[in-house]
Ligand binder design. Structure first.
Ligand code: NAD
Length: 286
């Protein structure tokens, strides 16, 4: 069996291009550009790279990006005041707080301070609650990107046995909800799952988001399975995924590569969410 590689790069580029076109149309009607405020606290190297990718994507999409690079000593009050200020700003449609935050800053009250309409990461309890109820307004970018890839490659999940490995609030849980909303039969596994392979062996589609390098190996999945690898780990300057990409060749039906699969879709979906927030705020929503 030849394993199909499910690339995300081209789809991400095309998605950003589409956003750029919509922004241009709106500008031609005399509207202001969409605005995205990105808050980065501290100097975490991976976070700096992610933020710069987001800023580059904004440039391509015609979205005005406003970067707030704050020192690691930033206090809770300073964060909450900045968010209050950004909530009030007319030209700011989206507010993103790059995670993880330094240990002294509790992410929950900070995310809860963001106006849900500007919550382009989709992490606010109101947006998460809506997602749980099947109202997919502001959906977290990585799971949304995975769903866009499923659609692009015509992979149907309705009625399928699927396994999500990883149960974080930003990837695993919202992804599981999106899959339930599409009527898949979903099993969620995590660090306390006793026998991971016993679950993955029964799945037609496996979504993995743990950050554990090569956790998912050939002997753990049935022949012909489809694997969406969301994990990212850095091993000696190489970026690797949760799945043993080489070992699964010729065994899996299809697999997303790391890098170049789900990763670029996350940034593209951030542009889509910012455009959606903008359209609601400037009254372009039909
Ligand atoms: P997290 O650390 O918050 O959560 C990891 C999850 O994996 C937890 O639920 C944990 O229980 C589970 N887990 C850990 N080890 C496990 C094991 N051995 N077996 C089963 N489950 C296990 O991480 P996160 O923020 O959800 O991110 C997960 C991965 O996805 C990371 O590698 C991260 O870098 C990557 N990520 C990628 C993108 C992207 O755009 N591609 C976006 C966000 C996160």
């Amino acid at each position: 069996m030849e394993t199909r590689i499910l690339w995300g790069k081209e789809l991400a580029q095309a998605t950003i291009q589409k956003v750029a076109q919509e922004v241009e149309n709106s500008r031609n009607q005399g509207k202001r550009p969409p605005g995205l405020a990105v808050i980065l606290v501290g100097k975490d190297p991976a976070s700096q790279i992610y933020v710069s990718h987001k800023e580059q994507a904004c440039k391509r999409a015609g979205i005005r990006s406003m970067g707030f690079r704050l020192p690691p000593s930033t206090s809770m009050d300073e964060m909450l005041n900045l968010i209050k200020d950004l909530n009030r700003k007319e030209e700011v449609d989206g507010i993103l707080v790059q995670l993880p935050l330094p240990p002294h800053l509790d992410a929950s009250p900070i995310i809860e301070a963001i106006d849900p309409i500007k919550d382009v990461d989709g992490f606010h309890p109101i947006n998460m609650g809506k997602l749980a109820l099947g109202d997919e307004g502001m959906v977290p970018c990585t799971p949304k990107g995975v769903m866009a890839l499923l659609d692009h490659y015509g992979i149907e999940v309705e009625g399928q046995e699927v396994v999500v490995v990883g149960a974080s609030n930003i990837v695993g849980k919202p992804l599981a909800l999106l899959l339930v909303n599409r009527m898949a039969t979903v099993t969620v596994c995590h660090i306390k799952t006793r026998d991971l392979a016993s679950h993955t062996q029964k799945a037609q589609i496996i979504f993995t988001a743990t950050g554990v390098t090569h956790l998912i190996k050939k002997e753990m999945v049935p022949r012909g399975a489809i694997i969406f690898d969301i994990g990212i780990s850095r091993v000696r300057d190489k970026i690797l995924g949760d799945a043993d990409f080489e070992g699964l060749q010729g065994w899996a039906q299809a697999i997303t590569p790391v890098p170049g699969g789900v990763g670029p879709m996350t940034v593209a979906m951030l542009m889509v969410n910012t455009l959606e927030a903008y359209k609601k705020r400037v009254g372009l929503e039909r």
